[in-house]
Design a protein around this ligand. Structure first.
Ligand SMILES: Cc1cc2nc3c(=O)[nH]c(=O)nc-3n(C[C@H](O)[C@H](O)[C@H](O)COP(=O)(O)O)c2cc1C
Length: 435
């Protein structure tokens, strides 16, 4: 019998406070996570479990999406404080050896030259283990921190992103192999004939080049992308090494994966070079009963949890949900922000209050609630039915929760032979494409 297929694993998190209201985080750590030590411990646990990567999401605003004030955002620390993942990445890389570190950066706000230079620098510092989560952003409040009144229109953001990727790839290619000679005999450090401007002049960007950094170990970072709309999927299929998918349930997961693979083929790519990673929030505990209890609490959120959830949703969609009757059926709502997110939320049906409860567990397959062994078996079964390629775990927030998932759940997956036991390659991209 052939060995079972292995899954790739990432963890979706951010450079923010731990779950400070739980008993598993000390008062000191609730304040002192900013030096990066907590995240270093986190990524080390992940590396021990042989994850492919840690993915650090990001946004650039303090939101007033709920009741028109920043109160809910700051009180519950929904979007702020959030520190810069690009600055954390080299710290995480220095404290690990093999795992990838994925940094989110927005094509709507970064100038391409600056992004290309920073990514090249941190790919060097990590010795080839950096990834870029390519996002187009979804908040006017963030746009207003970068000289804009509102975000560009949804599909136009992806048009800009396509050109952005073209520019940064031009810059990363502006130094040909062999440009660095460091030849004492001729006193030549760089062979000027191997470095050239790109003279890019497009619809959105004008960049002369060349880049002023040396070509990085991976040439370019590993690309992640989470577009869910047809335009987003098209962008992802064209560029991404790994596509993040929020779909749940085997038919929807399969549909997404097949669609992305078909689109990738149409772009002349090998579909196996595009890994589809499904978001999941597993609930594991020492007994099935204990896990089930936690799951039920998640489904019946407290008033505070409802406010937190609506604050998040308001920031993502630019809709002030405090003006929506919580007990009336949800009507038709429109956004120029996270379009797929809003569709998914309203698609949950019922009233605003009911939808909020379902939203809290939207990434939890009810079969992924139980002991580590039970959840690992259920994940393996779903994975086989979908056909690949891996999971992007979300949740955590305390060292205990991290251990439950890395030592517990992934330990069980490892016992089943469903995850890698060693990293076979030096570079992040090679490990991602290894199976
Ligand atoms: C797991 C996940 C992580 C995401 N991380 C970010 C992020 O860090 N920053 C951001 O601006 N958008 C983020 N997004 C939003 C996506 O980039 C994208 O805009 C969203 O999924 C909607 O897709 P669409 O724009 O194609 O409709 C994330 C989405 C998902 C599902």
């Amino acid at each position: 019998m052939s060995a079972p297929r292995r899954m790739h694993l990432g963890w979706f998190m951010n450079f923010t406070r731990p779950a400070w209201t739980t008993p598993w985080v000390s008062d000191a750590e609730a304040r002192e996570w900013t030096d990066g030590e907590y995240h270093v411990d986190w990524i080390r646990a992940m590396e021990r479990a042989k994850f492919d990567f840690m993915m650090l999401e990001d946004s650039s605003m303090v939101s007033d999406g709920f009741r028109g004030t920043m109160d809910a955002d700051l009180k519950h620390s929904l979007y702020a404080p959030k520190h810069d993942p690009l600055a954390l990445a080299p710290v995480l890389a220095r404290e690990t050896r093999n795992i990838g570190v994925v940094v989110t950066a927005s094509t709507s706000f970064y100038p391409p030259f600056l992004l290309a230079r920073s990514m090249s620098t941190i790919d060097h510092l990590s010795r080839g283990r950096i990834g870029w989560n390519i996002v187009t952003s979804s908040e006017d409040r963030a746009a207003q921190n970068f000289g804009l009144d509102t975000l560009y229109e949804h599909d136009a953001r992806y048009d800009r992103a396509d050109e952005f990727v073209e520019v940064v790839e031009g810059l990363w290619g502006s130094w040909k192999p062999g440009a660095l000679v460091a030849d004492r005999a001729t006193g030549t450090y760089v062979d000027a004939s191997r470095v050239a401007p790109i003279h890019h002049e497009g619809r959105f960007y004008k960049v002369r080049g060349p880049l002023n950094t040396l070509p990085s170990p991976q040439g370019r970072p590993v690309y992640l992308q989470a577009g869910g709309s047809p335009r987003g999927r098209e962008f992802a299929a064209r560029h991404a090494d790994a596509v993040i998918c929020a779909a749940q349930g085997v038919p929807a997961m399969r549909e997404f994966r097949d669609d992305v693979r078909t689109r990738a083929k149409a772009h002349g790519r090998d579909p196996d070079d595009v890994k589809v990673m499904f978001i999941t929030l597993p609930v594991v505990a020492a007994s099935h009963r204990e896990a089930q209890q936690v799951f039920e609490e998640m489904q019946n959120p407290s008033e505070t949890a409802v406010e937190i959830s609506l604050g998040h949703m308001g920031a993502l969609t630019e809709i002030d949900f405090s003006t929506v009757d919580p007990d009336a059926p949800l009507g038709d709502l429109q956004t120029n922000g996270h379009r797929t997110t809003l569709e998914k939320f309203t698609g949950l049906g019922g009233t605003l209050r009911e939808a909020t409860g379902r939203w809290a567990t939207r990434y939890t397959n009810p079969a992924f609630v139980g002991t580590p062994d039970q959840v690992a078996a259920a994940m393996a079964e779903e994975f086989d039915e979908v056909g690949g390629d891996g999971y992007l775990i979300t949740g955590g927030g305390s060292r205990r929760a991290i251990a439950e998932l890395t030592d517990g759940l992934v330990g069980s997956l490892s016992d089943l032979g469903r995850v890698r036991r060693t990293y076979e390659h030096e570079l992040f991209r090679d490990n991602l494409l290894a199976f």
